[in-house]
Design a protein. Structure first.
Length: 593
């Protein structure tokens, strides 16, 4: 029994020993397997282990190699040490929400190595759940995908950038423009689009060859890039055509315009200093078309078309010019263009809405010496317009002469009518002449024909000329005036003091009258400057033997001062506002009380 017991014990022992050594062997095998796995993993992957709070507890050698940090620099720190700043907060929030809920996270992360270089990891983070049921550590297994990422980035860079200069191309510009328009809509601030073209690129290219031409474009790109802010875009969209997109200028359109202009000038200056092309010094200027952007609804194509138009205008002005085109100016330009075409239409019909009003010029006893004809236009939609609203437009569109001729005819007709009205037959009539009208070679004959066709007396016609008319060609102006003077026509210099007449000029012109501008009369008698100017003009007129009419007399104090200074003819609301001819006759021929 004893033996049996002993034998049994021995059997158990040996079987246990046998079992233990088997277990041991298995353990050794498992450990070996684990070691092999670890070696294989270390050879292939970048591994980091963190605790539940994300603090690094282990990293493998490959992790250290790629991050360029030593193990002791990493352990005890979080992954923030290698944060590249390339991912948003939302990216990391999503990562942490996934792994802290016990799920595996896969993704691509860009990290920053100790030397500042960026590297990309394909990353799998596995959470290990502890006894509490919550993750107690995480193992990140990562593979280096930097090369693939760089290749991808290069491909997308090539698709979006100009190969020669490295600047954004048309495709990327369109994307940026879209973003800018969206921001304009959101923030209600103005941006600007500039189209820049080198003035003499073709010459340089032809003269120096294409490779130096390319070098010039690269240097231009470089300078442009340095002129703008990081948030702006400089793109190359064609041979020597560049686009500059300024994102966020100002909420106020005026300020935005000023800032855009300043930038355009800065760019032109930056390109104005010479370029060194392989030892050859080359100079180039640029033309810029500028478009202010404030309407988020505008289509990209339309924006580019307008900027292109602006560039075309800049080029048309000659080299080294900036032409700004903004929606407000565009609307105003359209308005002016339609006003000019309405005026053309008005002049080609009989019942045209154009008519003259008459304002009296009176003597010391406030009796009318004559009248000034003042043009009015009853516009079909804009209502009654005074000349300030359309004369300049008429000047710019070749309508000054026909319009002036219409005025001359109407004024001479009126003079002829008054010649038959008792008490009005001696009234003179002053007619304003515009610059282009006066400069027209047919001016003299147009006055003659108005006088002849109406039968008006030339002695009663006064032509009012402005100082600016004599700046261009005083000799031919004098000849014209003399020709008309021979017929009996007289001349007045209007708005005296607002132009740049020299005394010699005044002396040479065959004038009969000076008109003191109402801006000087307005401040009388209190304003010492205005008082001095008026007194000087009156003294000058006396010295030159000319009559003076003071314009814009509105009150008795002004009249008193002017009289005191020796002025003897007056015009202004104090004596009568511009009125129709019929009213003029009634007004000044009514029996005096
Ligand atoms: P102007 O020749 O100096 O004419 C005087 C202007 O002063 C007129 O303005 C008149 O209405 C205004 N005025 C007269 N009295 C007073 C006053 O007491 N106070 C103030 N504040 N203003 C007064 P209007 O009719 O608007 O004409 C403006 C300008 O347009 C004229 O200045 C003249 O240069 C030009 N103009 C008028 N008619 C014609 C025309 O037939 N042809 C051309 N080319 N220009 C004309
Ligand atoms: Mg006048
Ligand atoms: Mg005047």
């Amino acid at each position: 029994m004893m033996r049996n017991t002993q034998a049994a014990t021995n059997d158990w022992d040996s079987s246990q020993k046998c079992g233990l050594s088997l277990l041991n062997q298995q353990l050794i095998d498992v450990r070996q397997e684990l070691d092999d796995l670890k070696t294989a993993l270390n050879a292939h992957a970048i591994v980091a282990v963190t605790d539940a709070r994300g603090v690094i507890t282990q990293v493998n050698e490959t992790f250290c190699q790629i991050s360029r940090y030593a193990q002791h620099e990493l352990i005890g720190r979080t992954h923030r040490i290698i944060n590249s700043g390339q991912h948003s907060k939302a990216f990391f929030l999503n990562l942490w929400t996934t792994i802290s809920s016990g799920e595996v996270w896969h993704g691509e992360i860009c990290n920053r190595a100790k030397d500042g270089s960026l590297y990309w990891m394909h990353t799998t983070i596995v959470p290990f759940i502890g006894t509490t049921g919550r993750p107690e550590r995480y193992i990140a297994i990562q593979a280096d995908i930097t090369q693939r990422k760089q290749a991808e980035q290069q491909v997308s860079h090539l698709a979006l950038h100009d190969a020669l200069t490295g600047l954004p191309n048309r495709v990327l510009l369109a994307e940026r423009l879209q973003q800018t328009m969206a921001a304009i809509g959101r923030n209600r601030r103005f941006g600007a689009l500039m189209l820049l073209d080198l003035d003499n690129f073709k010459d340089i290219n032809d003269r120096l060859g294409h490779s130096l031409g390319d070098e010039l474009l690269r240097q231009v790109a470089h300078r442009l890039h340095h002129c703008v802010c990081a948030s702006d875009t400089v793109a190359r969209v064609g041979g020597d055509e560049f686009v500059i997109l300024l994102n966020d200028l100002d909420a106020d359109p005026g300020q935005a315009r000023v800032r855009a202009h300043a930038m355009a000038e800065r760019i032109q200056q930056a390109l104005a200093s010479g370029f060194n092309l392989s030892g050859q010094q080359v100079h180039s200027s640029s033309s810029i078309g500028l478009l202010l952007m404030g309407d988020a609804e505008q289509e990209q194509e339309e924006l580019m078309r307008l900027a292109d138009m602006a560039l075309y205008k800049a080029k048309a002005r000659g080299r080294n010019n900036v032409y700004a085109f903004d929606p407000q100016l565009q609307a105003e330009a359209q308005d002016r263009a339609s006003l000019a075409s309405d005026l053309r239409e008005a002049l080609s019909h009989e019942d045209i809405g154009l008519h003259l009003l008459f304002q009296p010029v009176v003597d010391l006893l406030q009796r009318p010496l004559g009248w000034e004809a003042l043009l009015r236009w009853q516009h079909p939609t804009k209502g009654l317009l005074t000349p300030d609203a359309f004369i300049e437009q008429a000047e710019q569109t070749g309508l000054a002469f026909p319009l002036g001729q219409w005025v001359l005819q109407a004024a001479c007709r009126q003079l002829a009518q008054w010649s038959h009205v008792p008490g009005a037959a001696h009234w003179s009539l002053a007619v304003n002449v515009s610059t282009r009208q006066f400069q027209d070679p047919l001016f003299v004959s147009s006055v003659q024909s108005a006088l002849e066709s109406t039968g008006a007396s030339p002695d009663l016609l006064r032509l009012e000329l402005a100082e600016s008319m004599f700046l261009i060609d005083i000799e031919s102006s004098i000849l014209k005036m003399q020709e008309l003077q021979v017929l009996g026509v007289r001349f007045a210099l209007d708005d005296l003091g607002t132009g740049y007449s020299s005394l010699t000029c005044l002396q040479r012109l065959p004038l009969n009258q000076l008109k003191v501008d109402h801006s000087f009369v307005q401040g009388l008698p209190g304003d010492p400057g205005n008082a001095a100017i008026t007194a000087t003009i009156l003294a000058l007129a006396r010295a030159l033997n000319l009559k003076v009419v003071a314009e814009g007399v509105e009150n008795a104090a002004q009249l008193g001062f002017l009289r005191q200074q020796g002025c003897d003819a007056f015009q202004g609301h104090l004596f009568g506002k511009p009125m129709p001819a019929s009213e003029a006759e009634r007004y000044f021929m009514r029996p005096k009380p």
